[in-house]
Design a protein around this ligand. Structure first.
Ligand code: SF4
Length: 183
């Protein structure tokens, strides 16, 4: 039996991530990502990469965003479009349960797109150069319980197909969540 896992794009490719400046946070996430991937590889788990909607739609020089900014009909439609092929692949693996075991889906907690248990919210928007309250606006961003926009759409798509799989967020403060998928 081959074990198969679906993972947010940047679990495998951190080059897609928005440029980060909090080194401690980055190091903690990287340590957990490395531990998770090393164990997954050692256990022979096959990993299918989800698309990165932010890189595709906004590129490598994008600003960081909060989920409120991506909560638009078009962003949601694009997430669904990008996930359509993935869900078809997922259905094929599930249809051959004698050969494959799909062990779950890994997102990135805190992400406005790929958060599973946590995403980020805030009253962000407008022309940065014209604002004289920028520090306060930036500081209004906060981690909240809830999923990012792509994960919301993925969850809905799975529900529409009657598929029930564990969805876990990579989060350095709660490492057991993704590591438990490999138990
Ligand atoms: S959008 Fe998702 S896959 Fe892309 S960098 Fe953010 S968390 Fe990673």
């Amino acid at each position: 039996m081959q074990k198969v896992l679906f993972a947010a794009h940047c679990v495998l490719n951190t080059a897609a991530k928005v440029v980060m400046y909090n080194e401690a946070e980055m190091a903690a996430e990287e340590a957990l990502r490395g531990k998770f991937l090393q164990k997954a590889l050692a256990d022979g788990i096959q990993i299918i990469q989800l698309p990165c909607p932010e890189f595709v739609l906004y590129g490598s020089r994008r600003w960081g965003h909060v989920s409120d900014q991506f909560d638009t009909p078009y962003f949601r439609k694009e997430c669904r479009r990008m996930l359509t092929e993935i869900v078809l692949q997922l259905k094929e693996y599930l249809a051959n349960s004698g050969r494959f075991e799909v062990i779950g889906i890994v997102g990135i907690d805190g992400s406005p797109s790929c958060g599973v248990d946590y995403t980020c919210k805030g009253e962000w928007g407008g022309n940065l150069g014209d604002r004289n309250d920028l520090p306060e606006v930036i500081a209004s961003a906060r981690l909240v319980e809830g999923s990012g926009i792509m994960m919301q759409e993925l969850r809905d798509m799975l529900q529409e197909e009657g598929i029930d799989l564990p969805l876990k967020g990579l989060f350095a403060d709660e490492p057991h969540k993704i590591l438990s998928l490999l138990d």
